[in-house]
Design a protein around this ligand. Structure first.
Ligand code: ADP
Length: 338
C-alpha cells in the first residue's frame, strides 16, 4: 500500500521538474484504518499553490485505485530568521511622484552623507522600474559576487555603504516585469535574509509613483518615514500630490519627514544669475499647501550629473555640494525626532 502511495506521489511534479518526494516536500506518510495521512512541509504557504498541490496529490492517489480516505496535512516550514538578526534602527524611504527628478541621486548622496557623519548605513534599491543605484556606485558588474551563504545575502559595500539592489537580480539592460508577489518575496529576503549587521540607517530607494507595488513595499518594510523628492514643475508636483495621498492613507500611514526641491535653479557661470528652469519655489509653495516640512533645495549642477554618471557619490568630491546634502540630511534626522 505504502509503495503504491509513494508511486502516486512521485507522479506529482512541482515547479522545477522535481516530484514532491525528491524535493523533500513529503515529510511523512501515515496509514491508519482506511485513512491515509500525508504530511507535507511547505515553504511557500501561498493558498492557490497549496490547494493545487492537494488536488494533484488526491487525484494521483485515486488513480492508483485506492479508495481510502485521504487527508493531507500541511505544515509551513518557518524559515528561521534567527540565523541572522539585523538590527536596523531607522528605515527611511526616498520617494517621488515622477521618474527622473533625482530620487536615486539624492538617496545615494544622503546615504553617503550619513556615513560621513559617522553612522552605519545601508542602501536598498527597491526601484523595480529602473534600479540605478548600482550605476551610481559603479558596482553594476559586481552583482555576480553577491554572496549567498546558507541562503543569506551579503550586501555589497561601496564607499562605506552596504548596498543591495533589485537590479543585482537582473542582467544590465534586461527588462523584468516584477509582479506583486515576486516583489514581496524579494523584499522579504532583503529585509530578513540579508546580512545587514547593525545599521543606524537603511535608506530605501522606492519606485516612482503610486501603485500596488508601493503597497506591498510599505507592508513589507517597517519604515520610520518618507522623504519626497520633486522638481518644481507642475506635472511633477501633481504626481507628488498622489504619493502624499497614498502615504497618508490611514491603513498604511507612514510619516512624511519632508520634501526636497531638486534642480531648483541653474546658475549662469558669468552673471551668477539664477534661471528657474522648472519654475520658482514650486516645491516650497507646495510644501506649505500640503503641510509638509521643506527639507531643502538642491540646484541643478553639472557636477552632480557628471559624478552620478561616473558612479561616484558627488558629496565625496565637492565640498559645496557636500554641505548642501549635509544640511538636508541633518534636517531629515531632526524631523525623525519631531
Ligand atoms: P530618479 O531616481 O528620480 O529617476 P535620478 O536620480 O536617476 O532620478 O536622476 C536623473 C538624472 O538627473 C541623472 O542623470 C542625475 O545625474 C541627474 N540629476 C539629478 N539631480 C541633479 C541635479 N541636482 N543637478 C544635475 N543633475 C541632476
Amino acid at each position: 500500500m505504502k509503495k503504491k502511495i509513494e508511486k502516486a506521489l512521485k507522479n506529482v511534479i512541482i515547479i522545477d521538474n522535481k516530484n514532491i518526494i525528491e524535493s523533500g516536500l513529503v515529510k511523512k506518510i501515515d496509514l491508519l484504518n482506511n485513512e491515509i495521512i500525508i504530511h507535507l512541509n511547505l515553504s511557500n504557504p501561498a493558498m492557490h499553490l497549496k490547494n493545487k498541490l492537494i488536488k494533484d496529490i488526491t487525484q494521483s492517489i485515486r488513480s492508483q485505485n485506492i479508495s481510502d480516505t485521504i487527508r493531507i496535512k500541511t505544515e509551513t516550514e518557518i524559515k528561521s530568521y534567527t540565523k541572522i538578526k539585523p538590527v536596523i534602527k531607522n528605515i527611511i524611504a526616498v520617494a517621488s511622484g515622477k521618474g527622473g527628478v533625482g530620487k536615486s541621486t539624492i538617496a545615494t548622496n544622503i546615504a553617503v552623507s550619513l556615513g560621513h557623519m559617522g553612522f552605519h548605513v545601508g542602501l536598498l534599491d527597491a526601484d523595480i522600474y529602473g534600479p540605478s543605484i548600482p550605476l551610481m556606485f559603479n558596482i553594476e558588474n559586481k552583482s555576480a559576487r553577491l554572496q549567498h551563504k546558507n541562503g543569506i545575502i551579503n550586501p555589497i559595500t561601496s564607499y562605506g555603504v552596504k548596498i543591495l539592489s533589485i537590479g543585482f537580480f537582473s542582467k544590465y539592460g534586461q527588462a523584468i516585469v516584477w509582479r506583486g508577489p515576486m516583489v514581496t518575496k524579494v523584499l522579504r529576503q532583503f529585509m530578513h535574509e540579508t546580512n545587514w549587521g547593525e545599521l543606524d540607517f537603511l535608506i530605501v530607494d522606492l519606485p516612482p509613483g503610486t501603485g500596488d507595488i508601493h503597497l506591498s513595499l510599505l507592508q513589507e518594510i517597517p519604515l520610520k518615514g518618507i522623504v519626497i523628492v520633486s522638481t518644481s514643475q507642475k506635472i511633477a508636483l501633481s504626481d507628488v500630490n498622489r504619493s502624499v495621498g497614498m502615504f497618508r492613507i490611514q491603513s498604511i500611514y507612514v510619516p512624511i519627514l519632508g520634501i526636497i526641491e531638486n534642480m531648483s535653479y541653474l546658475s549662469s557661470k558669468k552673471t551668477k544669475e539664477k534661471c528657474f528652469f522648472f519654475g520658482k519655489n514650486g516645491v516650497r509653495d507646495f510644501s506649505k499647501e500640503m503641510n509638509l516640512f521643506f527639507l531643502g533645495e538642491i540646484p541643478m549642477l553639472q557636477k552632480i550629473r557628471e559624478y552620478s554618471d561616473l558612479g561616484i557619490p558627488v558629496v565625496l568630491e565637492n565640498e559645496n555640494i557636500r554641505n548642501i546634502f549635509l544640511n538636508i540630511t541633518k534636517n531629515i534626522i531632526n524631523q525623525l525626532h519631531e
